[in-house]
Ligand binder design. Structure first.
Ligand code: GDG
Length: 734
């Protein structure tokens, strides 16, 4: 099938990034040699890249020695190799990709190893992929990143991509439920990186649902589960299930063209074909077959299990152990049942070529595809495509993604040996009519939803993905907050700049909009709510900007506090710093040029450099920070500014607790619920301090990590939140 090309982004080239290139490089005495690497990904991407042009980015599979250049086979698109050293491969590929992520994503967390060094190298290699993607993406319409090896690349790429280039990711393996994924110490990093994409594709709906659940619960992103949209900071990502297909016509053609194989003798054949991987359930399958021979001796000497297991990841110890386990099991089962004329298991521990594979598929009476967990499983689909005469029966694990659509197969639980043995019996005794009906339906679907169709659907979906979620509204706040604050007094803490007003080039210009002023006053007017503004500005400064005397104000990051029911507070240690901030400000003024200036705020100050040309910022801030440190103050990065605070162990978090305790007493949490919203690094102190004690919101761009419960995209969203808080209970939470 061929679907229309992606029109929305024209016919611009595509950049594909995957762990491996579409060919493999080996080295022998004569130097480097190219081998073809036929596989699902190559079959899927090669035609679309050939048609549209573009670049394939990947690791060539070998560490290049000094002076060696990569032999690149002739292709109608560019190849950009990413060099990864052998040591890096150990951590990035064997370690984090295959020993941490692979088992975890397959819900086999007991096999996952969590090693910080592996993760660090994985991040570095992903960053290197991202740099190559940036270099290759000029003029491209789509950057398409593949699979679990590159989950951190998207985040680095996003900032460097032109606005009209779509960024998309497809995961070829399952995505596990929240309770499993949260075991990963770096879950937030991976999730937030993926949300830099416009489109994320999974094989089946269940994986997409798990992912949406994870980003909602782990990152506090806003999710529309029905539409498959995630809003994270100011960016929206579309999440879709797009089951991969196979080259149906190719397999069908191969099956019609090849001769009968010598394996097809008098016995009936039950076939298994897999990479030798513990997710594929090969030992369980052999035991189920053994159970069949135990329970139904009439199959002895009549049926053979033909298992092809292609060696895979032999550098990983678990894979070597699995090979030994299977070797022993084959020996034990064959030792138990073999007669002079027959052995029950025929085991081939190497790959066969595609023609032979198609013939084996065609001639098998039963395909036994019983992974313990599998993203999709292409073998099931390829086998179906090869059923060109005398139809066989497909037995398929219900834990493979393929089971979601291939409903006409006999679905089994691969852990249930009796159930699987029963299914083999049912398959071997199934009538020709039933077999033909099931296969006809399976073939129709795989022919219709083939690989070409999948690629076109993905490319089109990526171009159309850039739809924003409808703006945040009462329904969201209702879901997040109404139970939390119901029947409690509300203590609302709000940062000022970047939270209640957009950031401006000068602090004096950051005025509250009339609409914001209105919702703020309406919140403050509620008899069951108290509002406090917590700012890095001076106390007088922030009070003057807001102008409502009924609120509480915490200035200078909480070093000074004033409000109803709270004795005026100035941190006692400030006496030691009297006058020093002024001296420090004079020193900073001496280096201020090109629009840099110092905001004097009493005990603290802020050195602003927003108007300074980009090229001078790094050296200027380095100098400013050094001066601050020499003066015995703590420097802290803010939005285009360096803050200087006396080192007295006080921050916005401590200030919030001080306000809560002074106002409501030490048992404040019995009667008060706290909501805090802020956009700044200094608000992170409050988010960490209040974790578990409050619902916290980080406003704005999602590039920096946050300890907040949720993110809000903008000052407008804060206004909507305040509007809802002011109106609630009049109808909503009763
Ligand atoms: C990952 C996901 C998902 C196998 N033996 C031989 C041979 N093969 C080919 C098959 C098939 C491929 O290898 C295996 O694909 P699977 O889908 O079964 O499994 P993974 O390798 O684990 O692939 C999986 C897939 O990505 C695609 O998204 O379906 O869930 O784990 O194409 O034909 N090919 C040849 N000789 C062999 O002996 N020529």
């Amino acid at each position: 099938m061929s679907a229309p090309e992606n029109r929305a982004s024209g016919d611009r080239p595509i950049v594909v990034a995957s762990n491996r290139l579409p060919f493999a490089i080996g080295r022998n005495g004569d130097g480097l040699h190219v081998h073809s690497a036929a596989g699902g990904l190559v079959s899927a991407m090669d035609p679309v890249l050939s048609k549209r042009g573009g670049t394939w980015i990947g690791w060539p599979g070998i560490e290049l020695r000094r002076g060696e250049t990569l032999p690149v086979p002739d292709r109608p698109y560019a190849i950009a190799p990413v060099n990864v050293s052998n040591e890096e491969i150990d951590h990035y590929y064997h370690g984090f990709s295959n020993e941490t992520l692979w088992p975890l994503l397959h819900s086999m967390s007991g096999r996952s190893r969590f090693d910080r060094r592996d993760f660090e190298v994985y991040s570095e290699v992903n960053q290197r992929f991202a740099t190559t993607i940036e270099e290759q993406s000029a003029g491209a319409g789509l950057v398409w990143i593949h699979d679990y090896h590159l989950m951190l690349a998207a985040r680095h790429v996003r900032g460097a991509l032109a606005d009209d280039v779509s960024l998309a990711f497809f995961l070829h393996v399952p995505f596990p439920p929240f309770d499993i994924f949260r075991l990963l110490p770096w879950d937030r990093e991976l999730l937030s990186s993926l949300l830099a994409c416009d489109l994320i594709g999974f094989h089946v709906r269940g994986y997409a649902r798990n992912f949406l659940d994870c980003v909602e619960r782990t990152l506090g992103a806003r999710v529309d589960h029905e539409a498959g949209l995630v809003e994270y900071g100011d960016r929206t990502t579309r999440v879709r299930a797009m089951p991969i297909g196979i080259e149906f016509e190719t397999f069908d053609g191969l099956a019609r063209a090849t001769d009968r194989q010598p394996e097809a003798g008098r016995e009936r054949i039950v076939l298994g074909v897999d990479r030798l991987d513990y997710t594929k359930g090969i030992p369980e399958r052999m035991r189920a077959f053994e159970r069949l021979l135990e329970l139904q001796p009439e199959y002895r000497e009549k049926v053979v299990l033909l298992q092809i297991a292609v060696p895979s990841r032999t550098d990983v110890v678990e894979y070597r152990e699995l090979k030994s386990e299977i070797d022993e099991l084959v020996g034990a089962i064959n030792g138990r049942f073999t007669t002079s004329a027959w052995s029950p298991i025929r085991y081939i521990n190497r790959g066969v070529d595609r023609e032979r594979l198609a013939a084996l598929y065609r001639d098998a009476d039963v395909a036994l595809v019983t992974p313990l967990r599998d993203g999709m499983n292409l073998v099931a689909k390829e086998w179906v495509a090869c059923q060109v005469d005398d139809p066989g029966v497909l037995i398929l694990s219900r834990l493979a993604g393929a089971a979601e659509t291939m409903r006409e197969a006999l679905l089994v639980n691969p852990y249930d040996l009796d159930g699987t043995a029963g299914a083999i019996h049912r398959a071997l005794s199934m009538s020709e009519e039933e077999r033909a009906s099931r296969i006809a339906a399976l073939r129709r679907r795989e022919n219709r939803d083939d690989l070409d169709g999948w690629t076109s659907t993905f490319v089109e979906a990526a171009a159309e993905a850039r739809k924003a979620l409808p703006s945040m509204g009462d329904r969201d706040f209702e879901g997040w907050l109404s139970d939390f604050i119901k029947d409690y007094r509300l203590a609302l803490f709000l940062d000022y700049d970047g939270t209640l007003t957009p950031l401006t080039d000068h602090p004096d210009r950051a005025q509250l909009s009339p609409a914001m002023r209105e919702v703020l006053s309406a919140c403050a007017a509620r008899p069951d709510a108290d509002v406090a503004i917590v700012s890095g500005r001076s106390l007088d400064g922030v009070r003057a900007m807001v102008g409502d005397p009924s609120l509480t104000y915490a200035g200078n990051h909480g070093l000074e506090i004033e409000g109803p029911g709270i004795p005026h507070f100035v941190h006692e240690d400030l006496v030691h710093y009297r006058g020093r901030a002024e001296e420090l400000a004079d020193e900073l003024d001496a280096i201020a040029s090109d629009g840099a200036w110092t905001e004097r705020k009493g005990p603290t100050l802020t050195f602003h450099y927003r108007s300074v040309p980009e090229s001078q910022r790094a050296s200027l801030t380095r100098e400013a920070r050094a001066i601050v440190v020499r003066a015995g103050y703590q420097p802290r990065d803010a939005h285009c500014a360096v803050e200087a605070r006396p080192p007295i162990g006080w921050d916005k978090g401590r200030a919030v607790l001080h306000i809560l305790r002074s106002r409501y007493g030490p048992a404040w949490s019995e009667s008060v619920r706290v909501i805090y919203a802020g956009d700044d690094q200094t608000d992170e102190d409050a988010f960490r301090f209040l974790s578990g004690l409050a619902t916290t919101f980080r406003i704005g761009h999602p590039d920096s990590a946050t300890a907040a419960t949720r993110r809000l995209p903008s000052v407008d969203a804060v206004r909507s939140l305040l509007g809802w808080l002011a109106r609630r209970r009049e109808g909503a939470s009763g």
